[in-house]
Design a protein around this ligand. Structure first.
Ligand code: GLU
Length: 428
């Protein structure tokens, strides 16, 4: 999303350039990989409930499909920008490569605030989005999924529109569909759980017991909620959660030293994902400013919201006790903050590895749709755990052996895989 002075695409390109140097990549490969191969910009006219028409701007970026069809979510956000979508599409390419699934990277977005749209208006927006790109996406070209502020219902409307246009059933066109309508069990949990599988592995390598650790979480959406659920189940204690407040248009950190209770918080969260301030305080939560999540005296920080949250300024607030940062969000840490974190020796599980659980489960969803045979939730989560654990171990081993920062090690693995695919296809 647009934030003053911060451009996620420039950040993604700089991260890439650093690794391109490390790998000594040739110029054509650099030129190919430092921007999306294709991008679509379009207007989506939507008939509003009051009879008027509003025009929304939509984007889809297809960064790279050398390893398989492009893959990545569609975000609805009032501050969405093309550069955000470009960056996110690039990170998707690295994400599918680091977990070694046969997919490329893409991302879409619409500038809108779904809070202001009725369900019928959201349906028309979803259908309009697909009408604009129906001939440039598809199960063998580019496969969308949910992302910030989009959900399984949105995916189903999009699928229905795509199938109407193409006149057949294409369950592999989109993932994150509702269970029973082509969705996979475990997909809702996948990103948050995947994050905690990597946290578990990192703590084991660090010789720490999860049950003796505490965490502070930024965000209270899908990723954060399931991360809190699994981390707590494994014995960890979350002492603070930062949540967006729709009415106040700001966020607050809710803190409870004895540990936040997910069920209790969910019971007082409205359909916009806002925690009820008065009820939280009545339940013994201390309400602090939104940024307070980062300055908690905890072992683990879990940024699970948006980009640019750990930056040159906020990184200074991280307490000495913090040993691990696991990035549930895409692009939460800027390059300047990375330098500080690296110097301080805090272990980082970088975004495109840490939050790859969602897309990994999307891949399982496609596999199940292709077979038209669906696995149990246990089977899905077990396969997810295996994939995430293997990817984490490969990255941390490389980081150890070559004395690389974890983010750079993950980049080395992903960029090499994608560059090789481009080379072997004869593109560069
Ligand atoms: N939007 C999610 C992500 O950023 C999931 C993408 C997908 O399942 O394709 O990884």
């Amino acid at each position: 999303m647009a934030q003053k002075g911060f451009n996620p695409f420039e950040m993604a390109q700089k991260q890439f350039d650093k690794v391109a140097d490390l790998l000594d990549l040739d110029q054509p490969t650099r030129d190919l990989l430092r921007q999306p191969m294709r991008e679509y910009h379009f207007s989506i006219p939507v008939r509003m409930d009051d009879g008027s028409v509003r025009i929304f701007r939509g984007f889809r970026c297809q960064h790279n499909d050398a390893r398989g069809p492009c893959k990545g979510g569609i975000r609805f956000h009032p501050q969405e920008t093309i550069d955000t979508v470009r960056a996110l599409s690039m990170w998707m390419t690295w994400k599918t490569a680091v977990v070694d699934i046969p997919l490329g990277g893409g991302k879409g977005g619409v500038i809108c605030d779904p809070h202001d749209l009725s369900p019928r208006e959201q349906e028309r927006l979803c259908r309009g989005y697909i009408r604009a790109i129906a001939h440039d996406v598809g199960p063998l070209r580019d496969v969308p999924a949910p992302d910030v502020m989009t959900n399984p219902q949105h995916m189903l409307w999009m699928l229905d529109e795509f199938e109407t246009i193409h006149g057949a059933k294409y369950p592999g066109f989109i993932t994150g569909k509702p269970v029973g309508l082509g969705g996979s069990l475990g997909r809702t949990e996948a990103t948050g759980y995947g994050l905690i599988y990597t946290v578990r592995e990192a703590l084991t390598e660090m010789g720490l017991k999860i049950a003796q650790t505490t965490a502070s979480v930024q965000g209270f959406g899908n990723v954060a909620q399931y991360a809190i659920q699994l981390y707590t189940k494994l014995g960890g204690k979350v002492i603070a959660v930062a949540c967006w407040d729709q009415a106040d248009q700001t966020s607050y950190t809710y803190k409870k030293k004895t540990g936040v209770n997910l069920e209790e918080l969910l019971a007082i969260t409205d359909r916009f994902g806002t925690i009820d301030k008065a009820k939280a305080e009545a339940l013994g939560y201390e309400r602090l400013p939104g940024e307070a999540w980062i300055e908690q005296d905890v072992d683990i920080l879990l940024p699970c919201a948006l980009e640019n949250q750990i930056n040159a300024e906020t990184v200074q607030k991280i307490k000495p006790r913090v040993k691990l940062i696991a990035e549930g969000a895409n692009g939460p840490t800027t390059l300047e903050a990375d330098e500080v974190i690296q110097k301080r020796g805090i272990f980082v599980i970088p975004d495109f590895l840490a939050n790859a659980g969602g897309v990994t489960c999307s891949y399982f969803e496609q596999v199940q749709c292709n077979m038209n045979y669906f696995w149990t939730k246990e089977e899905v989560l077990q396969k997810l755990d295996e994939k995430m654990t293997a990817a984490f171990k490969a990255v941390s081993e490389l980081a150890r052996n070559r004395k690389l920062y974890m983010r750079d090690a993950a980049y080395v693995i992903s960029v090499s895989r994608v560059a090789n695919a481009c080379k072997e296809r004869g593109w560069v």
